[in-house]
Design a binder for this molecule. Structure first.
Ligand code: ZN
Ligand code: ZN
Length: 283
C-alpha cells in the first residue's frame, strides 16, 4: 500500500490542477493521497495563497473525493508554516479550514533587516545575506536557531506531521556552510528528535531532494531516520511533489532507508487517525 501525505498543486507553488494529481496518484498505485498546499501566511508581500482561496481549495478537494470515491482515499491538509507570533497550526484560518491533519514546517528563520521573513531555501545572494545580516556570518547560529524553531513548533503548536526535518541542509550539499558530522549539529538534531518524540508528532521521510537531484539522501538524512526510529517516533514517506509525475518520486530509496533503519511500518492517515501499515515492498 503506497501513500503520500504531502504534495502541492497550483493552489500554492505546485504545477497542475488537483485533478491531474489524483489521476497520476492512481496511475502510480497510490491508495491514499493528501493535498497539502502551502497555507496562506497572513503577511503582505510574502506571496502565499490568499486566505480567500481556501474555500475553493476545500470545495475542489470535496468534489474530487466524491468523484473518485471507492478508488482512492483523498484527504485535505495544508503545509503550515511556523512563524513565531504570526502563524501556527492553531491560527484561526487554519482551524477554520477543517483539515484532516496538518503538516508543519519551518521555512523561515527570523527576519532580514527590512523585516521580511528570511527563507533559507532561497538561492544566493539571499541565502548568504541572511546568514550575514541575521546571524553575524555564523552558520552554526542559523542552524541552531532553525532547530530551535522546530522544537518550539512541536512543543507549543504541534502539527500532526513534521515536514522535511533537516531541510536546512538544502544549500549545504558540499558542507560549505557547516559540517554535518560536528558534535553540535548532531546535538541540535537529537534535541529536536527528543521534542518530536515528546510531542508525539509523525516524522515524514521526504524524497524531494532525491528526485530533484539536490541530494543523494532524504530529508531527513538516513542517520536521522535511524535515530528517530530508535526513539519510537512514527515515520511515513512523502514526496512533497510540486508536479504530478513526482508523486512517488524517490520512494524506492526512502523505503530502503526505513528498512535499513529497522523500521517495519509506516504510519498513514485512515480518515480518523494514524495507523501503522507494513512497510511497502517496492522494486
Ligand atoms: Zn516545505
Ligand atoms: Zn511541501
Amino acid at each position: 500500500m503506497i501513500t503520500n501525505h504531502h504534495a502541492h498543486t497550483r493552489f500554492s507553488d505546485g504545477i497542475g490542477e488537483p485533478y491531474e494529481y489524483v489521476k497520476q496518484a492512481l496511475q502510480q498505485g497510490v491508495s491514499a493521497y493528501a493535498f497539502s498546499d502551502h497555507a496562506p501566511i497572513p503577511l503582505d508581500g510574502i506571496g502565499s495563497m490568499p486566505v480567500s482561496i481556501l474555500e475553493e481549495y476545500s470545495s475542489t478537494i470535496a468534489g474530487l473525493q466524491e468523484e473518485f470515491s471507492g478508488r482512492i482515499q483523498l484527504y485535505k491538509s495544508l503545509e503550515v508554516d511556523y512563524l513565531p507570533g504570526l502563524m501556527s497550526v492553531e491560527s484561526p484560518h487554519i482551524v477554520a479550514a477543517e483539515l484532516d491533519f496538518t503538516v508543519g514546517a519551518v521555512h523561515y528563520v527570523d527576519r532580514l533587516p527590512d523585516g521580511t521573513p528570511w527563507s533559507f531555501q532561497r538561492p544566493e545572494p539571499v541565502f548568504g545575506e541572511g546568514i550575514r545580516t541575521i546571524f553575524g556570518n555564523d552558520a552554526r547560529k542559523m542552524v541552531e536557531r532553525y532547530y530551535g524553531l522546530v522544537r518550539e513548533m512541536v512543543t507549543m503548536h504541534p502539527p500532526h506531521i513534521v515536514a522535511h526535518l533537516d531541510r536546512i541542509k538544502k544549500r549545504n550539499v558540499r558542507q560549505t556552510y557547516w559540517d554535518e558530522g560536528a558534535d553540535w549539529y548532531i546535538r541540535a538534531v537529537e534535541e529536536t528528535l527528543e521534542a518530536i518524540q515528546g510531542a508525539g508528532c509523525i516524522l515524514e521521510v521526504n524524497t524531494r531532494g532525491l528526485y530533484l537531484g539536490e541530494w543523494e539522501d532524504t530529508y531527513p538524512s538516513a542517520w536521522i531516520v535511524e535515530r528517530a526510529h530508535r526513539r519510537g517516533i512514527r515515520l511515513q514517506v512523502n514526496s512533497d511533489a510540486h508536479r504530478s509525475e513526482h508523486i512517488t518520486g524517490g520512494f524506492a530509496r526512502a523505503y530502503r532507508i526505513l528498512q535499513d533503519a529497522g523500521a517495519e511500518a509506516v504510519w498513514i492517515y485512515n480518515g480518523e487517525n494514524f495507523t501503522a501499515i507494513p512497510l511497502p515492498g517496492w522494486d
